[in-house]
Design a protein around this ligand. Structure first.
Ligand SMILES: Cc1ncc(C[n+]2csc(CCOP(=O)(O)OP(=O)(O)O)c2C)c(N)n1
Ligand code: SF4
Ligand SMILES: [Mg+2]
Length: 286
């Protein structure tokens, strides 16, 4: 990436040891490996500790509303399909308030890379239970232990028709970067969930805890990410969390299906109508 005059990036302010540093390192590795120019990449975030990531990145950024990363990212991709659009959400952002948007963007197969940083907690708001918080976990909103069964994002995505599903771990940056890079090259919607410790508000799901519980799908003999039944099996392993490229299939992307030319920004296309008439119509809306 070229240095641009006028850019001033601050250092991340996350708590020392936060899993978000691993996600940030992985993203920088991918941006360098794919040689993105700052103007080629847009990072859209929701609200949460994760949402600060685009402040530290030399690219376009849109720090939007809590739970609304998907509609913003979809709009950007459709208006200028040449851009690489990456959305970053938290487990609360994606699987709670933003769940409807998440499922519809993935079933439409919009060409977005969606990184869901799952720390199993609402971190920014000081530690309430989220949709991925463990059953029985004591948090400030569940002082007697959570009575909700957690959501498994990749399993939800598989059931809803996602065409690319991966899960990484912020403690394994090189592996995570390889998953993000593959997701960015995928033609269509790519979900990369990241198991990411919040060292301040979640003392249970730590780096060591994840190391004991993850299983790499690459280590399962004859595992093929093209086999949906095998992906279900990997995601259903009791007491284990599958990481790696879990599932991948080819389907037309939303841009291919709805845009007249996915290589060109909409603004550069001839609207195919009389411009004087169009201007008159637009003036009618004032
Ligand atoms: C519409 C709306 N509802 C609630 C909030 C308050 N809020 C801000 S961040 C957040 C949860 C963040 O959790 P998560 O998405 O998991 O991100 P993390 O902080 O863990 O990275 C909530 C509930 C808000 N900003 N906007
Ligand atoms: S509160 Fe948790 S998620 Fe937020 S910066 Fe600190 S460790 Fe990271
Ligand atoms: Mg969270």
């Amino acid at each position: 990436m070229k240095e641009k005059r006028g850019f001033h990036l601050t250092a991340p302010t996350w708590c020392k040891g936060c899993g978000l540093f691993g996600v940030f390192e992985a993203l920088k590795t991918v941006a360098a490996s794919l040689d993105f120019e700052p103007e080629d990449l847009v990072i859209v975030t929701g609200i949460g500790c994760h949402g600060r990531i685009n402040n530290y990145f030399r690219a376009y950024g849109f720090h939007g509303l809590h739970g609304r990363a998907m509609p913003v990212a979809t709009g950007i991709k459709l208006v200028n399909p040449r851009l690489q659009v990456l959305a970053v959400s938290g487990d609360g952002d994606a699987y709670s308030i933003g769940l409807g948007h998440f499922l519809h963007a993935l079933r439409k197969n919009v060409g977005l890379t969606y990184i869901v940083v799952d720390n199993r907690i609402f971190a920014l708001t000081q530690g309430q239970a989220s949709p991925t918080t463990d059953f029985g976990a004591v948090t400030i909103s569940t002082p007697f232990g959570s009575r909700d069964f957690p959501i498994d994002g990749p399993a939800l995505a598989l059931g809803a028709g996602a065409t690319f599903i991966a899960r990484g771990f912020s403690g394994e940056v090189t592996h995570l970067a390889s998953l993000i890079e593959r997701g960015m090259k995928h033609d269509g919607f790519a979900l990369i969930e990241v198991l990411s410790p919040c060292i301040t508000h979640n003392k249970v799901n730590s780096y060591d805890w994840y190391r004991k519980h993850i299983v790499h799908v690459e280590s399962i003999s004859d595992y093929s990410p093209r086999d949906k039944a095998g992906a279900w099996e990997a995601l259903s392993h009791p007491g284990k969390i599958a990481v790696g490229l879990i599932y991948e299939e080819g389907k037309p992307s939303f841009e291919d299906l709805v845009l007249p030319d996915r290589r060109k920004p909409i603004a550069s296309l001839d609207p195919g109508v009389d411009r004087t008439r169009l201007r008159r119509i637009m003036e009618g809306f004032r």
